[in-house]
Design a binder for this molecule. Structure first.
Ligand code: TYD
Length: 138
């Protein structure tokens, strides 16, 4: 795994691809070169282009987001700066940790987003109110 970019909002990770004339494969394995121990995997697809998902931050959760098919945009906000990242490569992961407000939009029709998470699903870990998020960044 290579860290190809690191900012105050995120890290962009590049995973090694095993590929030949039959196609390509990326393996993400517990204990191997990965920023955290994976506790949960979920994936999202069938989102219309005009829909915006997300609208929340997390207290403790760490996530690596991989767009395994198609493309979409992730806007990250830490209360001081914002950046939109376009993801369209199955061997690239967007690593987010800490109190970052995130929205996802501009989904291609074939977009599949896979998320690797450091914790089990817990609604108490979500911050779904933007004003509360801003307070917690101070
Ligand atoms: P949500 O996190 O709001 O999705 P997004 O940020 O992509 O818009 O989750 C949507 C619904 O799915 C919500 O009812 C909670 C449920 N959910 C789970 O049950 N388990 C999970 O691991 C996740 C991520 C969501």
């Amino acid at each position: 795994m290579n860290i190809v970019k690191k900012t105050e909002l995120y890290e962009l990770l590049e995973f090694p691809v095993h590929g030949d004339h039959t196609g390509s494969l990326v393996a993400l394995e517990k204990g191997a070169d990965f920023p955290f121990e994976i506790q949960r995997v979920y994936y999202v697809w069938g989102t219309d282009a005009h829909v915006t998902r997300g609208h929340h931050a997390h207290k403790e959760l760490e996530q690596v987001i991989v767009v395994t098919s198609g493309s979409c945009d992730f806007t990250l906000d830490n209360g001081r700066s914002k950046e939109t990242i376009h993801l369209d490569q199955p061997n690239v992961g967007l690593y987010i940790k800490g109190n970052i407000w995130r929205t996802f939009t501009n989904f291609s029709a074939d977009c599949v987003v896979m998320v690797l998470a450091s914790l089990h699903y817990d609604e108490n870990d979500y911050i779904r109110d933007y004003e509360q998020f801003l307070k917690e960044t101070k």
